[in-house]
Design a protein around this ligand. Sequence first.
Ligand code: SAH
Ligand code: ZN
Ligand code: ZN
Ligand code: ZN
Ligand code: ZN
Length: 439
Amino acid sequence: GRAALALLGPAPGAPSCPHGPALLFVKTSQGKEEGRRFYACSACRDRKDCNFFQWEDEKVSETRLAAREDYNRNRQPSFTHRQNMDRYKNFVLLPLSKRRFCQECQQLLLPAEWEKHSDHQLLCDITTAQLKSPSQLLYPLENKKTNAQYLFADRSCQFLLNLLIDLGFRRVLSVGTPRLHEMIQSKASQGEEFSIKSLLLDIDFRYSQFYTEDEFCHYNMFNHHFFGGEAARETCRKFLNEENGERVIMVTDPPFGGLVEALASSFLKLMAMWKETEKEGHDNKEMPMFWIFPYFFESRILDFFPSFSMMDYQVDYDNHALYKHGKTGRRQSPVRIFTNLTPSMIVLPEEEGYRFCTICQRYVSSSNQHCEICNSCTSKDGRRWKHCVLCKRCVKPSWFHCNNCNCCTLQKHSCEKTDVGCFVCGKAGHKRSACPSLS
Ligand code: SAH
Ligand code: ZN
Ligand code: ZN
Ligand code: ZN
Ligand code: ZN
């Protein structure tokens, strides 16, 4: 039988791993009515990174519970955020010649600690400029199943920031966007007329070495867990409170490894936090949001956020082999901006190949043709799509209509059907690993 795994979401009273409350999943196998439920780590999709596992109905002994608590405590970072701040204050007082950074431990070192790191690779003469660009100093945590830290190319980051400024936002809740946060912070420290603030929420605790507790919260976006407890939660709540009419927007760029429902559940909680802060009441308004994610997740995102629409802008990355804007011409990035703002307000740069479609009332890729039959600009990937009269919709140029499957698909495909829909696009006929969207 075919087995399927489904997320049931955050559950009250869930046990915790070092990454906060575990998520409840269910494993079903074909032919069986009910699957068996279990808890697993919310943040790590690779057992090597966190092997937490517990059946929902499992009895856990007092001894094991105590051992687990010990383990969770020991897995926390060696310095607290507060300690890291004190260390930073001392670090900036040092002359340049004494400012060292351990590349192996990814840590700023104070002179008394040099000895301990003597056989590690060190960076010396750490300048103030370097301290202001931690995303350049730290190496990106690229392991796909956990951090998937892909940093914005400068061009995309600049575009995002200018867009936020033009839209009149004065506060940015940066959830998993350290580079955007960094760009805002360093601009803010330069000019007085630049008055945008940012609060970074990220699971990468290395950033606590560079930002105060008002600028960074150690946060897990798959279970809405603030590692810093109530104080950190309060920092976030205060930030979302739009005092002095400073409008706030949330920008997030999560790992693409799936668990859209877990992300959505956390983002709804952040939106609820924003809503609670407003005394006059936001009526039926939602906290403005940019969710940066690949276009093939469009239907999954819209399931949770029906008010969102997908923008054609292609977000580029520095350290992603596939999504990088190459030297030899542009590699198409599949990553887009999903937003609940009115699409016509999101102005995309003409010089990068976007145009305004007056019928759709939004900016689109210049090769995205307006289809008369669908009455919209239908391309999702930036190439010109073609209309299939049998499917009654536009499809990728490389697809053809298969009479066997009764839908458009890749030339090379096997016509066998599967019962469960694909995890990525939700369609039947293939599994996630063979999803045509990913190719
Ligand atoms: N393009 C962004 C970075 C996106 S990469 C930029 O340049 O600013 C994804 C980010 O999400 C990383 O910073 C990573 O540390 C963070 N992240 C990964 N898993 C997370 C989790 N469970 N909770 C919160 N942040 C997470
Ligand atoms: Zn874990
Ligand atoms: Zn159009
Ligand atoms: Zn069409
Ligand atoms: Zn078709």
